[in-house]
Design a protein around this ligand. Structure first.
Ligand SMILES: C[S@@+](CC[C@H](N)C(=O)[O-])C[C@H]1O[C@@H](n2cnc3c(N)ncnc32)[C@H](O)[C@@H]1O
Length: 232
């Protein structure tokens, strides 16, 4: 077992013992990121989230749809979307060089429709790095890693700023169930909080379009995630 797998296991066991739903990562480390991405293979439930996001993107009116993914990670969502729709053009944003490299390798076949952007989503100016105005901004299992609600709100505000009228934001992420008796890390917030933050950021129409692997009384760091949709 590598040092990083060991520290991840220790942190998971610590969290379970004290029943705090939390998982800390070292995405800037190449060995950690490779191991993490090898283990994070899409399950049927995760693929259902990908298809939910793809279906909404496909409803957009433009012929060439431009998608910006926040936290492209190892590029599973990107590969799913680009593999299923040749009219989608993609910008994958991440702050971690190892993840950008892994995503590029996985998505080599789609390199004509995919560009990469390195930026830190906790910055107040991450949109300065964005290269194309997107029709849709998507994200899966990334924003809870931003530590707290303020950073998620910052992302929602900037997403609202850069989307055109009618553009959509689709965020599928780990949440804290409304009635959970357990303690969660700061970035795993309640669905009602996501909806309130999206509205405060300026979005007109906000909703929960999917709830997956919901388990209030037996939470893990990998279950309880929902997809939020916001229309500008
Ligand atoms: C779970 S992965 C995303 C998985 C991806 N959606 C997929 O389908 O393969 C989360 C990603 O968010 C990125 N991330 C975490 N914090 C970030 C930050 N502050 N700014 C930019 N990216 C961040 C991590 O580097 C990681 O690659």
């Amino acid at each position: 077992m590598s040092l990083y797998s060991l520290s991840e296991t220790v942190s998971t066991l610590y969290s379970i013992k004290y029943m705090k739903i939390e998982k800390l990562h070292q995405f800037h480390d190449p060995e950690f990121s490779q191991g993490w991405s090898d283990r994070f293979k899409p399950t049927p439930a995760r693929l259902e989230l990908f298809d939910t996001i793809l279906a909404e993107v496909r409803k957009l009116p433009s012929d060439k749809k431009k998608v910006l993914e926040l936290g492209i990670g190892p590029g599973y969502l990107a590969a799913h979307i680009l593999g299923k729709d040749a009219n989608i053009y993609y910008e994958g944003l991440d702050y971690a060089t190892p993840m950008l490299n892994i995503a590029a390798k996985r998505n080599e076949a789609y390199k004509d429709r995919l560009i990469y952007t390195q930026a830190d989503l906790t910055s107040k100016h991450w949109d300065d790095q964005v290269q194309h105005q997107p029709d849709a901004i998507v994200s899966t299992w990334a924003l809870h890693d931003l530590f707290n609600q303020d950073n998620i709100f910052n992302v929602y505000q900037i997403a609202y700023k850069i989307l055109p009228k009618g553009g959509i934001l689709l965020n599928g992420d780990f949440i804290k169930p409304e009635n959970s008796p357990f303690e969660y890390e700061g970035g795993r917030i309640k669905p009602s909080t996501h909806l309130a933050l999206l509205m405060e950021a300026g979005f007109d129409t906000v909703s929960i379009i999917k709830e997956l692997e919901k388990n209030v009384m037996e939470p893990t760091t990998a279950n309880n995630y929902s997809c939020f949709m916001a229309i500008k």
